[in-house]
Design a binder for this molecule. Structure first.
Ligand code: UD1
Ligand code: MG
Length: 450
C-alpha cells in the first residue's frame, strides 16, 4: 500500500441502497453472495483493508437486514438510511453527518462492485495526497453500454457523462467510470451540495462532481484499473461473471500459498477459505464459508465442506460431506459417503465409510466402522455422543444419544447402543442369531423349486 496514505485520515462511504430490480430477487442486491460472502461484505473488507478509519454505509428504507450485514463485516460502521432513491449523489448525502466531521480523504464505493481490492482504494487516494481535489477510477470497458463515459480534453478529465445523457459522439468512448471516487474531505460537501438533477433520469448524479470541480478550477484525476476489478453487478449473469473472476483469484491465492489443485477450475472456494501448505485438493470439491485446511491434508474428489477445521495431514473423501461445527484433528480420516456435523474427531481417528456423525466427540485413534450412525435427534432435541480414545465401533452400529462409549471400549457390529459402555468393555446389543440347518432347502421344496 502506498506510504502516502498511512498518515491521512479516511472516511469510506459505501452505497448499498439500490433496489437491484434487475436481480429479480426478494433479497437486496448487495446481499447476494460471491464466494460465500455478500457483495457488501467484500466491499467493506476492501475499504477496511485500505485503511479507512471511519466507514459509513447507506442503506435503503427499513433495510435492517442490509444494516445487520454491514455491521457483521464492519462492527463500528455508521449506517445511514436513504429514504427516497434519488441518485448516487443523493445517496452519498444521506451520510451528511459523517461528512461533516473533519477528515483528509473521503472514498466512495458502490456495494455492487465487489471485485475491487484495497490496493485500488490506496491508488485512488494517492492523488489527494498530492493535492488533487478529486480522483475517480476509470477503466477501458470492453462494452461501455450502461457506464458513465469519461470526457477528456487534451488528456484532462472534464466531466462524466451518463449513458442516457451521452451524445452520439460521446457514446463510443470506451474509457468509463468504475464508480469509485476519492474526494478531499474539506471539499466533499461543497461539491456534493452543488450537484443538481437536470438530466435524463432526473437524478442527483455523483458523477457531476467532476464537472463542478473543473468549473471551480480543479483538475480531477483519473486513476486506471483493469475492468476485471471494477465490473458492476446488476443482474444474475453479471453475478455469475463476478463469481468466476473471484474464484480464479481465490484459486490462484491457494496455489501461491503452496496448495496443489489438480483441476483448479472445478474447485469452488469461499472468500474466507484458509488452505495450508502442501495440501492436495482433487477435482470437484466445494468449500463453503468458514473452512480451514491444515498443512499436508488431502481432500479427495467430490467433497462438500462448510464451517469445518481440518487438521494437518487429515484425509477427506472422496464424497465426504463436512457440515458446520466439525473439527478434525491432525491425521484424522473421513472416508467416502460420510457426513459429519458439529463433531470433533480426534487425532488419527477414522470414520472411513458410510457414516453419519452428528453432535459427537470422537477420541484419538478411535475407529468408527462402516455404517455407524449417531442417533442424535429425538424429534425435539439434539444429544451428544462421546466416543473414547482408541474405541472401536463395529460396523452398522446405531449409537443412541446421549451416550458415552469409554476409552478403549469395543462395540459389536450391528449394535443399537442405548446405554453407556465403560472403558475397555465389550458391548453387543443386537438380537441373537438363530440358525436352522436345512430350513432353506425345505422352504424351496415346499414351493416346488430345487
Ligand atoms: C453508476 C455511475 C456510472 C458508473 C457505474 C459503474 C452514477 C450517476 N453513475 O451507474 O457513471 O459507470 O455506476 O458501475 O453514479 N445507489 C444508492 N441510491 C441511489 C442510487 C444508487 O444507494 O439513489 C447505489 C446502488 O445501490 C449502487 C450504486 O449506488 O450500489 C450505483 O447505482 P447504480 O444504479 O447501479 O448506478 P449505475 O447506473 O450502475
Ligand atoms: Mg450499477
Amino acid at each position: 500500500m502506498p506510504e502516502t496514505n498511512t498518515s491521512r485520515s479516511c472516511l469510506a462511504i459505501v452505497l448499498a441502497a439500490g433496489e437491484g430490480t434487475r436481480m429479480r430477487s426478494d433479497k437486496p442486491k448487495v446481499m447476494h453472495e460471491i464466494a460465500g460472502r455478500p457483495m457488501l461484505g467484500h466491499v467493506l473488507t476492501a475499504v477496511r483493508a485500505a485503511g479507512a478509519q471511519r466507514i459509513a454505509v447507506v442503506v435503503g428504507p427499513d433495510r435492517i437486514d442490509v444494516a445487520d450485514c454491514a455491521r457483521s463485516f464492519a462492527p463500528d460502521c455508521a449506517v445511514f438510511e436513504q429514504r427516497d432513491r434519488l441518485g448516487t449523489a443523493h445517496a452519498v448525502l444521506a451520510a451528511r453527518a459523517a461528512l461533516e466531521e473533519p477528515v483528509d480523504d473521503v472514498i466512495i464505493a458502490f456495494a455492487d462492485t465487489p471485485l475491487i481490492d484495497a490496493d485500488i482504494f490506496a491508488r485512488l487516494r494517492e492523488p489527494l495526497a498530492d493535492g488533487a481535489a478529486l480522483a475517480i477510477l476509470g477503466f477501458e470497458a470492453f462494452d461501455p453500454t450502461g457506464y458513465g463515459r469519461l470526457i477528456l480534453a487534451n488528456g484532462v478529465l472534464q466531466a462524466i457523462r451518463e449513458e442516457k445523457d451521452a451524445s452520439i459522439e460521446e457514446k463510443p468512448i470506451s474509457l468509463c467510470n468504475a464508480g469509485l471516487m476519492a474526494l478531499r474531505g474539506d471539499m466533499a460537501l461543497g461539491l456534493l451540495d452543488a450537484i443538481g438533477n437536470a438530466n435524463a433520469k432526473g437524478e442527483y448524479y455523483l458523477t457531476d462532481a467532476v464537472a463542478i470541480a473543473v468549473d471551480r478550477g480543479h483538475s480531477p484525476q483519473v486513476v486506471r484499473a483493469r475492468e476485471q476489478f471494477v465490473q458492476g453487478v446488476n443482474d444474475r449473469a453479471q453475478l455469475a461473471a463476478a463469481e468466476a473472476v473471484m474464484q480464479e483469484r481465490l484459486r490462484a491465492q491457494a496455489m501461491a500459498g503452496g496448495a496443489t489443485l489438480i483441476d483448479p477450475a472445478s474447485v469452488h472456494l469461499s472468500a474466507d477459505t484458509v488452505i495450508g501448505r502442501d495440501v492436495v485438493i482433487e477435482p470437484n470439491v466445494f468449500f463453503g464459508p468458514g473452512v480451514s485446511v491444515g498443512d499436508n491434508a488431502v481432500i479427495h474428489a467430490f467433497s462438500h465442506i462448510e464451517g469445518t477445521q481440518i487438521g494437518a495431514g487429515a484425509q477427506i473423501g472422496p464424497f465426504a460431506r463436512l457440515r458446520p461445527g466439525t473439527r478434525l484433528a491432525e491425521k484424522a480420516k473421513v472416508g467416502n459417503f460420510v457426513e459429519i456435523k458439529k463433531a470433533q474427531v480426534g487425532p488419527g481417528a477414522k470414520v472411513n465409510h458410510l457414516s453419519y456423525i452428528g453432535d459427537a466427540q470422537i477420541g484419538a485413534r478411535a475407529n468408527i466402522g462402516a455404517g455407524t450412525i449417531t442417533c442424535n435427534y429425538d424429534g425435539f432435541d439434539k444429544h451428544l455422543t462421546r466416543i473414547g480414545e482408541g474405541a472401536f465401533i463395529g460396523s452398522n452400529s446405531a449409537l443412541v444419544a446421549p451416550v458415552t462409549i469409554g476409552d478403549g471400549a469395543y462395540v459389536g457390529s450391528g449394535s443399537v447402543v442405548t446405554q453407556d459402555v465403560p472403558d475397555d468393555a465389550l458391548a453387543i446389543a443386537r438380537g441373537r442369531q438363530h440358525t436352522k440347518e436345512g430350513w432353506a432347502r425345505d422352504f424351496r421344496a415346499s414351493r416346488g423349486r430345487r
